[in-house]
Design a protein around this ligand. Sequence first.
Ligand code: ADX
Length: 389
Amino acid sequence: MSNQPHGGTLINRIAEGEEREQLLEKAKNLFQIEISNWALSDLELIAIGAFSPLTGFLEKEDYESVVHRMRLANGTIWSIPITLAVEEEVAVQIKEGDTVALKGADGIIYALQTVNSIYTVDQEIEAKNVYKTDEIEHPGVRKLYERPSTYLGGPIRLLNRPKERPFPQFYFDPKDTREIFAQKGWKTIVGFQTRNPVHRAHEYIQKTALETVDGLFLNPLVGETKSDDIPAHIRMKSYQVLLENYYPKDRVFLAVFPAAMRYAGPREAIFHAMVRKNYGCTHFIVGRDHAGVGNYYGTYESQQIFGNFTPEELGITPLFFEHSFYCTKCGNMASQKTCPHDPSDHLHLSGTKVRAMLREGQCPPKEFTRPEVARVLIEGMAEQQVSSR
Ligand code: ADX
């Protein structure tokens, strides 16, 4: 599989030099819209080409097609609607064809958008199609319902990059990661999405994949997550100690994925794969309940969804892994595919249980979490508790 960007071209919507100066000048006289941090993160991801082939927030025709068919209007696979939601009273002040300035809560103008389409959607239909549920308890659906239902579609041009970066040394644009992979001589690269600390099961599937490809792109999501997920700054430390102690340096590259988590399970798995293809990956790991939450999705639904598309149109090879665990009889990490023993021989700890142990300062068993990682998590959570008091 070649590592062509999705849609064939790596999109770059960043204005630079004189063009940027001119657009900044123009922006002063344009209608200004304040956008959320979530929209700002989408905006930047569009501009740097992580969301190639998107050049802006979805217009109506593409939106309808994505919601109902998991494809853009031209047929290209796209599974998550990337939209810019605005209040009705804002929308009525704009007409199609206008150019507007998009600014952050900090007052900085980040981009211009040519508003080709203004449309109001039925969020229940969006929820049922994208999240497979319209229950407000689903964290992705809740976020959707919190936003207004009028969207502005059209191409953007980025004028400023967000400056406040929690881990600036781990930000790389798709064009950078592509170059880095080439410099390293990696021809096959497996992408790994995570919103959690890397436990032994994650390590096992990453290293199993790494046995057959040249490099691992460890690409933790650090945008908005739900409040009970472990915060990104703690996770980043945990990844670093893990890599330092247990991974060959020349076979792994760690960079953040500054996107918001949607918890859309199967549809988000497709989205995650397409985006990692843009970062230059040829393979992508999809384990059990990828991007899932609660009991909304079947354990392997995020793998099965790939069957709706041909390998050619996906353009990245998904690597599927069964639920992995430590087996006390095997004395190894394993899955149902490789372990003959009874489930009572397997070490199972729920995320909730592990978080409770860490909060109480207890290390989970080393067969579940590397002790170096556990220590970082315990310290991080203790600091968090102090600061939230
Ligand atoms: S996710 O929401 O980002 O998918 P998480 O960080 O837990 O959550 O998972 C990262 C990747 O590892 C996903 O592909 C997920 O399916 C996979 N995964 C997590 N735990 C296991 C496990 N025990 N066995 C197999 N795959 C797993």
